[in-house]
Design a protein around this ligand. Structure first.
Ligand SMILES: C[S@@+](CC[C@H](N)C(=O)[O-])C[C@H]1O[C@@H](n2cnc3c(N)ncnc32)[C@H](O)[C@@H]1O
Length: 244
């Protein structure tokens, strides 16, 4: 087989609702020779694959297993193995896509894959198609402005708990906390200590069956939310009040 040296597309497919995907993403998904999607190492389920099935039902989708692990050695091994699979496909089959939930450059497996691909083949052609992030969808569905006036916004990961939140909230107005599932209790306690529970909104499974929007976060004390959950802290500054 001749070498094709295709382009790697990193494609954001939005947070869940298949209609929240760009026209450009759909066009490219229909044109590539293969679409890769991340799965866990335990099974080959991929939400991103489900989302695109409406738009590219005939597409060939292959899952790449990425471990949910904090061990750098285990992770590096998986990134390298998967990067080599992608590089081989680029060489043998031409253009390929990697689909990712939300946006590919926002807390996404794609950024690690891209870094590893480029560390092996620095000249790899790449194009990234942005996606609607989970927190943009959340803000829209709940009519919560993420920022206005001269407000500031920070997006943080709750994957290691809420320890950094008090410091962050000293200097910014509004905060989006992604990955709230693992240390939800800790994040909840931090928001409680900062007296911010009534200015927080919880979202789960946006655009998917079982979607939840909870404005009274106190009902979630001791809850164990799904992986697909986030919190928006929208502080009641004078400006927020005026715009209500
Ligand atoms: C690895 S990050 C991926 C972020 C994604 N790239 C984005 O642009 O939103 C996974 C986190 O995104 C959030 N998330 C993604 N999709 C979501 C959805 N449909 N509903 C609620 N939260 C979601 C959750 O906080 C989840 O733990």
């Amino acid at each position: 087989m001749s070498r094709k040296e295709g382009k790697l597309y990193g494609i954001g497919v939005g947070p869940g609702d298949p209609d929240l995907i760009t026209i450009k993403a759909v066009r490219i998904l229909k044109s590539v020779s293969v679409i890769f999607a991340a799965s866990s190492t335990k099974n080959d389920y991929s939400l991103a694959r489900n989302i695109i099935s409406k738009h590219a039902p005939e597409a060939k989708v292959e899952t790449l297993p990425f471990p949910m692990d904090n061990d750098r050695v285990v992770l590096q091994k998986a990134w390298e193995e998967n990067a080599k699979i992608v590089l081989k496909a680029l060489s043998d089959r031409g253009d390929v896509a990697f689909v990712t939930l939300g946006d590919p450059m926002t807390y996404s497996t794609f950024s690690y894959l891209l870094k590893t691909v480029r560390s092996i083949e620095s000249q790899t052609k790449v194009e990234i198609i942005p996606g609607i992030t989970s927190y943009q969808a959340a803000a829209s569905v709940a009519n919560i402005p993420l920022v206005h006036g001269d407000q500031s916004l920070v997006v943080v990961s709750g994957a290691k708990g809420g320890a950094k939140l008090p410091q962050t909230l000293k200097i910014v107005d509004n905060v989006v906390i992604l990955k709230t599932y693992k240390y939800f209790d800790q994040i909840y306690e931090t928001l409680e200590d900062l007296d911010l529970l009534d200015q927080s909104t919880f979202f789960s499974r946006l655009g998917l069956p079982g979607e939840e929007i909870i404005r009274n976060v106190t009902t979630l004390k001791s809850a164990t939310p799904s992986y697909l959950s986030l919190i928006i802290v929208n502080r009641k500054t004078n400006e927020n009040q005026e715009n209500k």
